[in-house]
Write a protein that binds this ligand. Structure first.
Ligand code: NI
Length: 214
């Protein structure tokens, strides 16, 4: 298994090395630390969790243009690492259902899926989440804040979510502030609370400064 992990790590590092959207290798390492912590507390299969974390962003449409092709590649990688078929299927299931934008309402089926999704979402909130949000918005040329543009509160399709008009500050209302209540595990929820409060304080201060009140 050590070999599997090292091979997959090398591949992922290479794929994400030029990323400047907040989905770099540092993201993977942080989510891995979280997944090992949450997974241990919740009693999940840690190898499944860890491999899913390593591979999860290789098929994300934020990173790749052709998701189908990327998924075939990831499946091939798992095949080459001679994992059990059921483990490989499980990992693929997790990474294809976990993203926020896919709008998948049925939720994660397995404990490992729930743990991986929680860990990935935790890295999207708190101090790190704020930094990543500005990096991502900057990479897409989004405005930092547009006071006259209201956050979109209606449910959105993936297309609308990704390509409709928004601002980086609106992104907090459209996604980040929702994540705390979407946590699957008790451990994840506990970690999310503090990160959530930190973001609320940050936005309050941001808006006060923007309006010249502080
Ligand atoms: Ni991620």
């Amino acid at each position: 298994m050590e070999k599997n992990r090292a091979n997959i790590e090398a591949l992922v590092k290479d794929r994400l090395k030029n990323d400047s959207t907040g989905h770099d290798w540092g993201h993977i390492e942080r989510v891995r630390s979280l997944v090992l912590h949450i997974g241990k507390t919740e009693g999940a299969n840690l190898l499944i969790c860890e491999l899913a974390v390593l591979l999860h962003d290789l098929i994300d449409d934020k990173i790749v243009d052709d998701e189908e092709k990327a998924l075939r590649e990831v499946t091939q990688v798992l095949h080459e690492e001679s994992l059990l078929q059921e483990d490989s299927d499980h990992i693929i299931e997790i990474i294809t259902t976990m993203s926020f934008s896919s709008g998948s309402k049925e939720g994660m089926r397995t404990l490992e899926g729930k743990v991986v999704q929680d860990a990935d979402r935790l890295d999207a909130i708190g101090a790190i989440g704020i930094a990543r949000t500005f990096m991502y918005g900057g990479s897409k040329g989004e405005a930092m804040h547009q006071p006259n543009l209201a956050p979109r509160t209606e449910p959105m399709t993936k297309e609308e979510y990704r390509h409709g008009e928004s601002s980086i500050i609106n992104h907090f209302y459209e996604k980040l502030f929702k994540l705390k209540n979407l946590m699957n595990t008790k451990t994840g929820r506990k970690l999310a609370e503090e990160r959530h409060r930190f973001m609320e304080g940050y936005i309050t201060q941001f808006l006060a400064e923007w309006e010249g009140r502080k």
